[in-house]
Design a protein around this ligand. Structure first.
Ligand code: GLV
Length: 319
């Protein structure tokens, strides 16, 4: 029997490709720490039965057509907006992602960003680094307290719920808007309009879909409090970045923390000029522990499916 070929699109952290080699697969490993260009991707994946990919690679109909033996696309991410799932399903290709193992890391990072915006950590750090700090001043870089304020969560899935749990320690009231009410949540379900109007801090934790595209546009920003802060650790397309720049410039909202961007790695130039925004390079799940668990889970999904078993975490169910 021939050995299944697995293509890995770019360099991945420990445990790396070891689980795939231990499973006896032939691994085509593109051991390069950069996104795989489209033309190279088709060549790499061509003979593969399994694809280990990341959010930096687009898996579309053209790529699938170049890989007729493909049985599984294992995305090393919880989000899978980089994959044309219907095109995979039409061709009988299973799609898997890596939920759960990154929930806490991403919720922690959301709070890091939230606190950085609320307490002006970026501005303070830049001041000290630039040698511009002249000593303690009672009115210097005053931020906003969180206790007693309202945290709004858009998207109450696993990560949104983990963000809500952490709010208890900060004594914030939590409200949320979601496609459906989440049973057992201690946070209060509100309409989208109420979420915008009542949140002192609005955190986005929803997936990127046609429905959530630019859900935060000029009108939504205009419906928020002038003192409100926006934090996005989900996906860039949820926010109209140009409208956000205008809103931050003109004081429509007070500040923002972004880990994700509309057209990564490009960042709207207007954002870089603003002091009331904290910008991170998509670090949501970036801990040693979470990334190792994501690699392992993506590999486990590949091993299961290529051995004729069910994956641990699938996006699609194939008959
Ligand atoms: C990262 O953004 C992920 O979706 O896992």
């Amino acid at each position: 029997m021939s050995v299944p070929v697995v293509a890995v699109t770019r360099q991945i952290p420990s445990p790396g490709i070891a689980p795939l080699q231990q499973a006896g697969f032939e691994v085509r490993y593109r051991d390069v720490d950069a996104a795989c260009p489209t033309a190279e991707l088709a060549e790499l994946v061509g003979p593969a039965a399994g694809l280990f990919c990341l959010l930096s690679e687009r898996v579309d109909a053209a790529l699938l057509d170049a890989a007729p033996n493909l049985r599984i696309v294992a995305n090393m991410a919880v989000g899978f907006d980089n994959i044309d799932v219907p095109a995979c399903t039409e061709r009988g290709v299973m799609v898997t992602n890596t939920p759960d193992v990154l929930t806490d890391a991403t919720a922690d990072l959301t709070w890091a960003l939230l606190l950085a915006v609320a307490r002006r950590i970026g501005e303070g750090e830049r001041l000290v680094r630039a040698g511009g700090w002249s000593g303690w001043r009672p009115g210097e870089l005053l931020g906003t307290s969180l206790g007693g304020k309202t945290l709004g969560i858009f998207g109450m899935g696993k990560i949104g719920s983990a963000v809500a749990r952490r709010a208890v320690g900060f004594e914030m009231d939590v409200i949320y808007h979601n496609r459906r009410v989440v049973p057992g949540s201690s946070a209060a379900y509100v309409s989208f309009a109420d979420l915008l109007a009542r949140s002192d801090v609005l955190v986005l934790n929803a997936p990127s879909t046609a429905e959530t595209r630019q859900v935060i546009d000029a009108a939504a920003l205009g419906a928020m409090k002038h003192t409100a802060l926006l934090v996005n650790t989900a996906r860039g397309p949820l926010v109209d970045e140009a409208a956000l720049v205008d809103a931050l410039r003109s004081g429509v909202i007070a500040g923002a923390g972004l880990d994700v961007y509309e057209a990564e790695p490009a960042v709207h130039p207007g954002l870089r000029e603003l002091d009331n925004v904290v910008l991170l390079p998509h670090l949501g799940s970036a801990t040693h522990e979470a990334r190792a668990a994501m690699v392992q889970l993506a590999c486990d999904n590949l091993v299961a499916v290529l051995n004729g078993e069910l994956p641990l975490s699938s996006v699609t169910s194939l008959r």
